[in-house]
Ligand binder design. Structure first.
Ligand code: PXP
Length: 245
């Protein structure tokens, strides 16, 4: 079955806009759990612009679902991950000025450092995931340094789809499909995410090697109109329908 990881970062974005205790990301995580999410994802950014340290403490203490902690490859984040030992740690590139995670990690260009960085996380029992594009060099490097998982960045595919650039979107999808095949052949578990919506999730959900999607911004936005539970249920239905065809 294709798992759905619900990213709750933007519940914290709304909370932090006013410095109030609400809306509470922990409450969203518990609701997501009830609504059929398979995991909760949270990105602890260096600048703490959404999820904060106290959120991670509460998620670790109160969640039944596995937590996928997204973070940059910094000493500070490594220490936090080693203290909490979440189910999974997804390493993402992070630039302070970006609005969201813009590209994939350059594993091929930073092999030795990333291998050293993930070794203690692996030893601590965390499933280490690397957020990368579908470039074969990055996939090969991810396998070579001992990652368990790669999460393929679907942001470019989603943007091209929104812009109606059909030929470029199809080429990007073909790249993602080839990347998913290659990663699975190298023994990596394959996840995907970024920018997914009801309208663009189907071709990604249909990739047979992909076992988990991580989806946040769109679901939290939809929750304003329909509630979080129904938004998650509808996304699940879109994913399941795509998988069955
Ligand atoms: N996966 C990773 C690694 C991400 O960094 C993000 C964004 O934080 C997502 C998935 C979710 O993307 P979105 O919020 O666009 O659904």
């Amino acid at each position: 079955m294709l798992r759905l990881g619900v990213n709750i970062d933007h519940v914290a974005t709304v909370r932090n806009a006013r410095g109030s205790p609400w809306p509470d990301p922990m409450r969203a995580a518990l609701l997501a759990e009830e609504a059929g999410a398979d995991g909760i994802t949270a990105h602890l950014r260096e600048d703490r612009r959404h999820i904060g340290d106290a959120d991670i403490e509460r998620l670790m203490a109160g969640l039944r679902l596995p937590l996928n902690l997204e973070m940059a490859a910094t000493a500070e984040m490594q220490a936090i991950a080693l203290r909490h030992r979440p189910h999974a740690v997804c390493i993402v590139p992070e630039k302070r000025e970006e609005r969201t995670t813009e590209g994939g990690l350059d594993v091929a260009g930073d092999r030795a450092r990333l291998a050293d960085f993930i070794a203690p996380l692996r030893q601590a029992g965390c499933r280490v995931s690397l957020f990368i594009g579908h470039d074969p060099r990055q996939i090969e490097a991810a396998a070579a340094i001992g990652a368990a998982v790669v999460e393929l960045h679907t942001g470019a595919f989603c943007d091209l789809d929104t812009e109606g650039r059909t030929a470029d979107r199809d080429a990007e999808l073909a790249g993602l499909a080839q990347g998913a095949r290659m990663a699975a052949e190298l023994g990596l578990e394959v996840h995907a995410g970024h920018g997914l919506t009801y309208d663009n999730v189907a071709p990604i959900a249909a990739l047979p090697q992909v076992v988990e999607l991580n989806i946040g911004h769109f679901l939290i936005g939809e929750a304003i109109f329909t509630g979080l539970g129904p938004a998650i249920a509808r996304m699940r239905a879109c994913m399941d329908a795509a998988r069955q065809t």
